[in-house]
Design a protein around this ligand. Sequence first.
Ligand SMILES: Nc1ncnc2c1ncn2[C@@H]1O[C@H](COP(=O)(O)OP(=O)(O)OP(=O)(O)O)[C@@H](O)[C@H]1O
Ligand SMILES: [Mg+2]
Length: 424
Amino acid sequence: MSNLAYESETRESVADADLAAMKDLRPVPRISIQAFCETESVAIPIERAAEDRRMTKAHLKVHMGGVATAIEFYQSAPTPNLIIIESRQEPKQLLDSLRQLAEVCDPNTKVVIIGHYNDVWLYRELIRSGVSEYVVAPISMADIVSVITAIFVDPEAEPVGRSIAFVGAKGGVGSSTIAHNVGWAMSTLFGSEVVVADLDLAFGTANINFDQDPTQGMAEAVFAPERIDEVYLDRLLAQCAEHLSLLAAPSTLDRVYDFDADAFEQVIDIAQRTAPLVVLDVPHIWTGWSKSVLSHADEVVITATPELANLRNSKNLVDMLKKLRPNDPPPRLIVNQAGMPKRPEISVTDFAEPLGIEPVAVVPFDPQFFGNAANNGRMLGEMDAQHAIVQTINELAHVLTGRIEVKAKKKGGLGAMLEKLKRK
Ligand SMILES: Nc1ncnc2c1ncn2[C@@H]1O[C@H](COP(=O)(O)OP(=O)(O)OP(=O)(O)O)[C@@H](O)[C@H]1O
Ligand SMILES: [Mg+2]
């Protein structure tokens, strides 16, 4: 419990203490933070924290109104990575309110409470129920930055980001297009920072699809992994949308791309430390490194078209991934380009049956819609937000971030909190 009482100190010495406390803190990743404050004395240091250089990548918004406002707000709004709640409620009342908040929040959202009761019982109850930190007011700007850093930057802490690897069961099935569009949907729907990493160095299309000049992004990262840290990675990212940045492939053939099995490990790890969502566009090949990337991703999405070779390859991929990831759910399956005129197809049911997995989406063949988007360097959602295929992409964004099907709950999040509070 942090209780840094500064009342007796002068303003200058507070500033000095702040500076000293913040000297060694590392930058906070691209996370979204929303604070709900009841008093100005808490809101002001939080707003000041938002302007600190260590917080420039994070998106922080301060609302006035405490936990009741938060509960109402999240009835309709998506939850951020971190919610900070100031509450003057008594301990028992506060626990009750947090139970209600947990009902409307995402299970892996972290929560920090700023309270007005210096109460050890309350502190223990909150930590036990999954709250990340309880801080007693008054607070300083440094307290806020330190608390956020402790949760999201600590090298011992789990990387903040989830990695989702997209791979095609065959070449040209639309795996990259779906990866880019789902990444874009996640960034716009949830205001969550997304890094799209194009691992197809020779032929990658992310730069075309996002209308970016080809850059060396991914090549620099993968040819000099020892240089990669958060600051260097930042320089390699191309900003494509408000919350989406791209680690682009060079898409040139002047070198060859024979990598060791662990070549992408470092860059993916750092990307996951800087953004909550990392979309990996993995080419349709089977090499040491592609196998390693697929084995280590938090989630794997196989895109296939409804034909025999795709079915055979999907079956091999699903079986291999089950073996490589025995403690994870099976990969997700997307059936793409369904209903192509005149093409004999395997029905979705017959396709899914031997794989033992239901597709999370079936995307129809629509060469005009896809072709126009690709030729204009725009996402499908930018072309026509109401299009049925865009709705499917949006659903995929929800499913793959655990917003529709709530999956294994992360330790310390609101999901854990809800469970524990229920058990009481
Ligand atoms: N549902 C669809 N209907 C029509 N065209 C589509 C559909 N999905 C993708 N496409 C088009 O198919 C082509 C191949 O897509 P994309 O490059 O994404 O496939 P890929 O699986 O990543 O291929 P590669 O093996 O080259 O990596 C693109 O021109 C894309 O616009
Ligand atoms: Mg591709």
